[in-house]
Write a protein that binds this ligand. Structure first.
Ligand SMILES: [Cu+2]
Length: 146
């Protein structure tokens, strides 16, 4: 396959080493186990809040910054989860079985509510433990018997 075209043969000598490099790079990748570090592991497992019996479960939670929260509607009626203000969020309509996720990138306290059921409320405290303690100064009464 010797060609008389000097430009083309120069191209071939450029391309052949590239194939060799590609083969060297891709060979071990194919030999390794499935998907070696193809995608980084999620930063953290999502924190799931259920919408169940017209309530958020749990209705109060503290999570670290960077956590993804998933609201999952376990009821047969539609709900929403929305917090107004800075870094707020709004799931919009969530029919039964649907879910909504939001990643909290900044610390803060979020009081959220279902647009259809105003008594359906929840509080999320995003940040470290001391921030959570500051946000809820009143300690819950200790259970009886202690
Ligand atoms: Cu609701």
């Amino acid at each position: 396959m010797i060609t008389a075209n000097p430009a083309r043969s120069k191209y071939v000598w450029l391309v052949l080493p590239m194939f060799a490099v590609l083969a060297a790079v891709s060979g071990p990748r194919f030999a390794a186990a499935d998907q070696p570090a193809a995608q980084p592991a999620p930063a953290a497992t999502p924190f799931v809040i259920h919408m169940k019996n017209f309530a958020f479960v749990p209705d109060k939670a503290s999570i670290p910054v960077g956590t993804t929260v998933v609201w999952k509607n376990d009821d047969n009626v539609a709900h929403t989860a929305a917090a107004s203000g800075k870094d707020g969020f709004d799931s919009d309509n969530l029919d039964g079985g649907k879910s909504f996720s939001h990643t909290f990138k900044a610390a803060g306290t979020f009081h959220y509510v279902c647009a259809y059921h105003p008594d359906m409320r929840g509080t999320l405290t995003v940040g470290n433990a001391s921030a959570a303690a500051t946000a809820t100064p009143e300690a819950p009464p200790s259970p009886s018997g202690y």
